[in-house]
Design a protein around this ligand. Structure first.
Ligand code: FES
Length: 87
């Protein structure tokens, strides 16, 4: 598991193993638009300010994934203990 930090508020939110970032943020009242929820469409792309995403999508190019400045929170996770999201 890992945590996400909401940059605009400083709120730190733990993401459990069996939950997606999109699901947990929705429970916290932070809605991220989704469509496929499988890493295919790119609708949910969110900017990452700090941390290293574990990319599970098939939408971003390898180069875009390697830049670690955006990820798909419907399915992707984190390799670092915390991701700071530009939300
Ligand atoms: Fe389609 Fe996340 S909702 S990639």
């Amino acid at each position: 598991s890992f945590e996400v930090k909401i940059a605009s508020t400083g709120q730190i939110i733990p993401i459990a193993k069996d939950q997606t970032v999109v699901q947990v943020l929705a429970l916290c009242g932070i809605e991220i638009q989704t469509s496929c929820e499988q890493g295919v469409c790119g609708t949910c792309i969110t900017r990452v300010l700090e941390g290293r995403p574990e990319h599970k999508d098939m939408y971003l190019t390898e180069e875009e994934q390697a830049a670690n400045d955006q990820f798909t929170p419907c399915c992707s996770r984190s390799l670092s203990p915390m991701l700071v999201l530009d939300l």
